[in-house]
Ligand binder design. Structure first.
Ligand SMILES: NC(=O)c1ccc[n+]([C@@H]2O[C@H](COP(=O)([O-])OP(=O)(O)OC[C@H]3O[C@@H](n4cnc5c(N)ncnc54)[C@H](OP(=O)(O)O)[C@@H]3O)[C@@H](O)[C@H]2O)c1
Length: 260
């Protein structure tokens, strides 16, 4: 299926590794010109090389910067001031006992996983409205539907972004702009390894034991592959997905037991 986005511009935040890189790669494979971003220059170089290996004719621009800061957002927007496609993403907040989090921890989580995405969306919305086309995908988390006691920083901040996205979706689609959230659960990335490492420490087990327990609890009997996530993102950004907005799409191998 041709997704109809060849020649479109895409700004993919926090995309030097993991799910962001998978989204950037899938969009590049569809012919979109991509801006990738991350804080470490070394990971960005590795990401650009991996992207060009997988998509030899990819148009890729790398921007180093922390998107949770005003300076980082200015840098990515300078490279791509009027993207047709915006994928918001940033690293997740730490896992831990909610009683131990400080006010600074809460503010960092809100800045990183709610406000930075909202401010980027505000910055690009005007140009998308003028063009009559836009695709916005926020990478959030399955915790939005399945809150977990150890992930309260992530749950609280991402629900703020989820509410914002739903509130602006009806006004945005009048201008051909869709806004949807992708909710990952247990994709094979560094973030998953680090979360399971923290769980092993807390449970006084090993990483291997925690991996085995989690895989056994997943109906799919495995973790998700970042390429599967990237492909879903590319579809949400496609010409064909123009009638789909305000949605929270869970990618979890069937773990969520409810209907909505
Ligand atoms: N993997 C999962 O199963 C899963 C499940 C639920 C939620 N999530 C959420 O999905 C998001 C992506 O997860 P992931 O698994 O892909 O994580 P990851 O493997 O740790 O990759 C994160 C990427 O984002 C970059 N990054 C992090 N913070 C950044 C910032 N402030 N500014 C710019 N770049 C930044 C990192 O590079 P630098 O460190 O060099 O900046 C890296 O390239 C996270 O918010 C995570 O909490 C993931």
């Amino acid at each position: 299926m041709n997704l109809g986005i060849a020649g479109r511009s895409a700004l993919v935040c926090a995309s030097s590794n993991g799910l962001g890189l998978a989204c950037a790669t899938a969009l590049a494979a569809e012919g979109a010109a991509i801006v990738i971003n991350g804080r470490s220059a070394e990971s960005l170089d590795r990401a650009a090389a991996s992207l060009r290996r997988r998509v030899p004719d990819a148009q890729v621009t790398s921007v180093q910067g922390d998107v949770t800061t005003a300076g980082g957002r200015e840098a990515v927007l300078a490279a791509c001031p009027a993207p047709d496609i915006l994928v918001t993403n940033a690293g997740g907040p730490p896992v831990g006992d909610w009683r131990s989090f400080t006010e600074a921890d809460w503010r960092r989580a809100v800045d990183g996983n709610m406000l930075s995405a909202i401010l980027l969306i505000q910055s690009v919305m005007g140009a998308m409205m003028q063009k009559g086309f836009g695709r916005i995908v926020n990478i959030t988390s399955a915790v939005v539907k399945m809150p977990h006691e150890l992930l309260s920083l992530s749950t609280a901040s991402r629900l703020g972004l989820t509410g914002f996205a739903r509130s602006i979706a009806p006004g945005a689609i009048k201008h051909g702009i869709t806004i949807n959230n992708l909710l990952p659960e247990q994709f094979e990335t560094d973030r998953l390894r680090s979360n399971l490492g923290a769980l092993a420490k807390r449970n006084q087990t090993s990483l291997e034991e925690e991996v085995a327990k989690q895989i056994a609890a997943n109906p799919a009997g495995r973790f998700g592959k970042p390429e599967e996530f990237g492909a879903t993102c590319a579809f949400l950004c496609s010409a064909q997905a123009g009638y789909m907005t305000g949605q929270n799409i869970l990618l979890d191998g069937g773990r969520f037991p409810g209907l909505f």
